[in-house]
Write a protein that binds this ligand. Structure first.
Ligand SMILES: [Zn+2]
Length: 251
């Protein structure tokens, strides 16, 4: 037999690429098998039963078959369970940045379930907030850092090791936060100095999701902390991540 039996998956679509006249190639995160690549033949033809279903961040239940000798899954059917959208620019960008982050990330098959739940929680939560959704993206990045063993310490200085109630800047060579005292002695070129607001946000970050509606995050701080976290990510992953959607933010 050339084909393996049909596979039934649930998944979230991370990326789609146009292929030939009417087809798509899709990267989908599944809790069972990690990220898989599927060829969806003819789905850009309006008469196809899956027409319009395969959108980025669509949550799907789908069936594929696969030639034993190929890595590729061929899509047979797909049912749309849910889509995740937003009515404001910031949340829209955050959703797309989440999809880009997961599509560019290496996800070990053994941890696929953890990554799937992380993304699903992020998407579910995004539907509940209408303000400051950038902070949800920071929390998502922190969870990704934890899963990869690169979570920055927000309570202890990376240089002197002392506990500090408020952190100074981000040290680009040591790749972590340092206390205000050590910050004064470090070479300025090695530090991203944080604004007073960014420092407070950093302290509150682990629990910030509880109070998003009642606060104002300035554009300067939103921009600065996003830059620091993406820098932290790329310092550990060799500049691997390029989240283009973040460029659509007004700051
Ligand atoms: Zn220190």
């Amino acid at each position: 037999m050339n084909y393996q039996p049909d596979n039934v998956f649930q998944g979230i679509l991370l990326k789609k690429t146009i292929f030939r006249e009417t087809s798509l190639i899709c990267d989908i995160l599944t809790p069972q098998a990690g990220k898989i690549k599927i060829l969806a033949k003819g789905v850009r033809n309006p008469k196809n039963s899956c027409y319009g279903t395969l959108q980025v961040l669509a949550e799907l239940e789908f069936v594929t078959h696969r030639n034993k000798s190929s890595e590729w899954h061929i899509l047979k059917t797909a049912d749309l369970k849910q889509t995740f959208e937003a009515d404001n620019l910031e949340t829209t960008v955050m959703l797309q940045a989440g999809a880009e982050l997961f599509s560019q990330m290496v996800i070990p098959e053994l941890e696929a379930g953890n990554y799937f739940r992380l993304l699903k929680n992020y998407l579910d939560y995004s539907q509940k907030v209408s303000k400051n959704s950038i902070a949800l993206f920071w929390r998502l990045l922190l969870r990704v850092f934890e899963l990869n063993g690169i979570a920055p310490d927000f309570k202890h200085c990376l240089v002197c090791g002392k506990e500090s109630s408020i952190m100074g800047g981000y040290h680009l060579i040591k790749q972590g936060f340092i206390c205000p005292q050590c910050e004064q002695q470090a070479l300025p070129q090695m530090i991203e100095y944080l604004s007073a607001e960014s420092r407070i946000l950093l302290c509150e970050l682990p629990a910030i999701g509880n109070n998003l509606q009642n606060r104002n995050i300035s554009q300067d701080s939103a921009s600065q902390l996003t830059r620091v976290f993406i820098t932290h990510l790329n310092l550990h992953f060799n500049d691997h991540f390029n989240l283009k959607s973040l460029k659509l933010l007004p700051y």
